[in-house]
Design a binder for this molecule. Structure first.
Ligand SMILES: [Zn+2]
Ligand SMILES: [Zn+2]
Length: 574
């Protein structure tokens, strides 16, 4: 079993956290103990600037949850102070919580580039009751005065979605750099491009640099997107039949490139998956995908073309159960059945935890005769997150006085902090590793983790409800998943307290009752004993009886089987 406190409760230690003099507070509400749920804030006096509002996908410890969003109770309490919500880029781990939290925090102005704005606005449409959003469109290179004490200047970064931005936040204690998520972009000769952005930052006396830690465990440099493109093109040329490419709908840069290559090779592109279709449409509308009108054909028309003239783009390279690639592999797709000669390209890395699903996916596809290529066989994927050497180069170019590793699990952030200590000769106290909810106080000459914390315990979204999946529900789901359940239906005469018939016993995921008749008989006897011991001639409190049954039957089952299924007594009084 995975040992992790799935509900972390950090409470206010003081009613309010006072900021005295020239101190800027940095607090992350999410993103520092996980991948996802990115949301952080800077506070000075009565002004708060928020960066990102993302969601986190569920883990094994949170079964049945759609996703987790940041806890914004601190911001709700202080919503009058909020001056801006800045969004670095359009990935869901940075924008996904907006529809759920924006009203709670007073619907502040959202600063975003045009494509990011478009993705946020599209998603907001799925929430008819959510308020209209107030956007301020920004561009790389522009500045904004956000409030009396905060000014921001944006710069462009390469990630794997267009128009990602980083920023320099000018505060009363100095300049803070948050580059969003990025990696280096390389030219055909393998030279990193646009390094002057970082070098310019290095001339500005940067107080603190925050850097994404997602790639901090990866040695070396990123695989150049140019190499990815070259390898994809080679594969596409080699393919004799149809090509089916699975990737993330959010990898817009890659998708654009694939469509371009297909077009160049005289292949028509068909898109399967609504998220991917929407994203492509947004990118085309905003001029990010300059392809001929007829480069993309409707999926239902692929039969009209020769197999070697067709490339299908779809979601689900991670083996996600409801995604298009899985439907194809299962033979459940309306328009696409795998046939011999198809080439399947999985152009994304495998997210930890998805290894098994991806394995099954590859097995199923190859059994049906498809040729499969994935990123481990050829360089057909590059992560969007700078690995070690790129992180170190940025540190050295920006030359900050302090360094805060952000985004990612503790070990990734610890690794990033050690890189900074190495590259910048900083002391550990100058590279604080803060957890979600901890308050970091930044003053002109020092940074210090404060004693105070703000709440960051999980807020879960399940179906359409927000925050309604509490500890109890999660515990129940885990018990059901691991131990199964036993339902006992007892029909009792209200007046005498006597059984009217043998109790019914139903079990799921526990033991197979039909093959354990003796055991069932023993269990029945046990149930009767429990009832028999209750003093007669008095009304049976059904709640009392239920809890008695739950405890004693639970105890009995554990003694016999060493398992603790969920016991659900149902008492019918007639
Ligand atoms: Zn991202
Ligand atoms: Zn991210």
């Amino acid at each position: 079993m995975i040992k992790k406190t799935y509900l972390k409760r950090t409470e206010f230690k003081k009613e309010d956290i006072s900021v005295s003099g020239e101190t800027v507070k940095f607090i992350a509400l999410g993103g520092l103990e996980e991948i996802g749920r990115n949301m952080m804030l800077f506070e000075y006096g009565d002004e708060i600037i928020i960066i990102d509002a993302g969601l986190q996908f569920p883990e094994e410890t949170t079964p049945g949850i759609d996703f987790i969003i940041p806890n914004v109770s601190y911001l709700e309490k202080n919503k009058k102070k909020i001056k801006a919500l800045i969004i670095t880029h359009g990935h869901y781990d940075h924008i996904g919580a907006i529809p759920y939290i924006i009203e709670k925090i007073g619907n502040p102005t959202i600063y975003a580039t045009s494509i990011t704005k478009e993705i946020i606005a599209r998603r907001q449409e799925e929430f008819p009751n959510a308020p209209k959003l107030d956007f301020e469109i920004i561009k790389a290179g522009e500045s904004r005065q956000l409030s009396k004490n905060f000014t921001v200047r944006f710069f462009g970064v390469t990630h794997n979605i267009p128009e990602g931005v980083g920023m320099v936040l000018e505060t009363p204690i100095g300049k803070i750099v948050h580059p969003g998520e990025f990696k280096f972009d390389y030219d055909i000769d393998g030279n990193a491009k646009d390094l002057d952005i970082w070098e310019n930052l290095g001339k500005q006396k940067i107080h603190t640099l925050l850097l994404d830690s997602t790639g901090a465990e990866e040695p070396g440099f990123s695989v150049s997107e140019r190499i990815v493109e070259r390898e994809l093109e080679k594969l596409f040329k080699k393919a004799e039949g149809r090509i089916i490419v699975g990737t993330f709908a959010s990898l817009l840069d890659r998708i654009a490139e694939i469509i371009k290559i297909a077009d160049r090779l005289g292949k028509k592109v068909a898109v399967s998956g609504s998220s991917m279709k929407t994203n492509i449409q947004i990118a085309r509308n905003l001029g990010y995908m300059k392809v001929e009108k007829d480069a993309i054909v409707p999926l239902e028309e692929i039969g009209k073309y020769r197999d070697d003239k067709i490339l299908i783009l779809c979601t689900g390279a991670q083996g996600e159960p409801n995604a298009q690639m899985m439907k194809i592999a299962n033979g459940e797709h309306r328009y696409i059945q795998i046939k011999k000669g198809d080439t399947v390209v999985l152009s994304s890395s495998v997210i930890p935890g998805n290894e098994r699903s991806v394995q099954i996916l590859k097995d199923d596809l190859s059994r049906q005769g498809a040729l499969i290529y994935h990123y481990k066989m050829v360089d057909i994927h590059s992560s969007g997150h700078a690995p070690q050497e790129e992180l170190k180069s940025v540190m050295k170019m920006v030359k900050p006085n302090f360094f805060i590793p952000i985004h990612g699990y503790y070990f990734m952030r610890w690794r990033n902090a050690s890189l900074a200590q190495e590259a910048l000769k900083l002391k550990p106290e100058e590279t604080p590793i803060v957890d979600n909810g901890q308050v970091l106080l930044l003053s002109k000459n020092s940074v210090k983790i404060s004693e105070e914390t703000v709440p960051t315990y999980y807020v879960m979204v399940d179906g359409l409800g927000v925050g309604d999946v509490g500890e109890v529900v999660l515990r129940d789901r885990r018990v059901l998943a691991q131990e199964g359940m036993v339902v006992i239906i007892a029909t009792i005469d209200r007046r005498t307290g006597q059984f009217l018939k043998n109790p019914d016993i139903i079990s799921r995921g526990f033991i197979y009752l039909k093959e354990n008749k003796e055991f069932v008989e023993e269990l029945r006897k046990k149930i009767k004993q429990i009832i028999a011991r209750i003093p007669r001639a008095q009304q049976i409190e059904s709640d009392y009886l239920k809890s008695l049954m739950r405890d004693q039957v639970g105890e009995f089952l554990y003694r016999k089987t060493k398992r603790r299924p969920m016991v659900l007594p149902v008492i019918i009084e007639v």
